[in-house]
Write a protein that binds this ligand. Sequence first.
Ligand code: NAP
Ligand code: GDD
Length: 319
Amino acid sequence: MAKALITGITGQDGSYLADHLLQLGYEVHGIVRRSSSPNPWRIAHLEDRVTLWDGDMLDMASLLQVLDAVRPTEIYNLAAQSFVGRSWREPVYTAEVNGVGALRLFEAARVLVPQARIYQASTSEMYGNLPSDTITARGPFAPRSPYGNAKLFAHTSAVNMRESHGQFVACGILFNHESPRRGEEFVTRKVTRGAALAKLGRIRELPMGNLEARRDWGWAPDYVRAMHLLLQHDEPVDVMVATGRSHSVRELCEAAFSHVGLDYRDVVTKDPRFFRPAEVDALLGDPTDAERLLGWKPQVTFEEMVRRMVDADLADLQG
Ligand code: NAP
Ligand code: GDD
């Protein structure tokens, strides 16, 4: 039986990936780091179906112990300090977890399970402000945040492991993807929850940052299918995963608030606290290779994604 180990299983993508792999008949294991009050709400429904192991991307010995005990055939490295905004306040920590942490895992796998196939969660943040018609899965890259820098280190380390040691390490360069399981600090969830709260009369104001930033937003459950497909490809490749359509944060606000019959201009305000020291103004990906090499296509549109997220937030707040 195929055996998967997921780092970051308590996160948005980790939880959907666990759902997906279980459905495909995998034995699923996940690494969970210690916290004083664990709150694994995204995987509570999987309690009896996955095996959880203590471990931390900052701690080599814990990674070695888990790999030795599990002996996975596939490893999905999703663990990260994933909030770009926070990375300016904690740049060294972000580099340790997202950058060196990934290298720790690759090295541990090289020693203990060199045949395991590894998925690395790379990101469109590695492109920074490069024009969309110039970017490819091989670069160029020009990250503008400590988060993007750390992820680029992990990405190029993955390529090195492949080229130097023949390890099967494949990188999915994923553009933004969202869901009701998204953390509330990210802009989509902040806006959909804000629209739901405003509809219920619980807030009058939603302070926001740059409304003109554009992102290529997709549906997270679609994107975890691509992660799995990437590891089934006959050779390790790096592939962009995106919808090929972009929208502004302003359009996101319009879509979410109009879904509950409100005008976002009555609620959304600008607040300097939510602007970034260096912005990535626009990200737009090219899903052609994902379709050509993996047979992957996104199934949920931006409009449908926003509706589903607002409805889920309303149900959650009313339940
Ligand atoms: P997320 O919801 O923030 O989940 C991050 C996961 O990493 C959580 O399970 C978290 O555990 C774990 N983690 C953090 N620090 C750790 C450490 N030191 N040791 C072990 N585990 C640690 O992120 P996501 O949206 O699912 O994203 C998954 C991955 O894809 C991340 O690497 C992210 O950078 C990358 N990515 C995401 C997107 C996107 O749009 N979502 C796009 C491109 C790339 P806790 O639950 O304990 O915090
Ligand atoms: N979070 C947030 N809060 N972002 C805001 C706000 C606000 O109040 N107002 C405007 N924005 C803008 C940000 O400046 C950014 O341009 C855009 O909304 C998206 O911000 P996030 O949702 O925080 O995501 P991100 O694009 O920075 O990063 C996400 O996507 C990357 C892939 O491109 C994360 O999931 C990363 O982990 C991922 O790699």
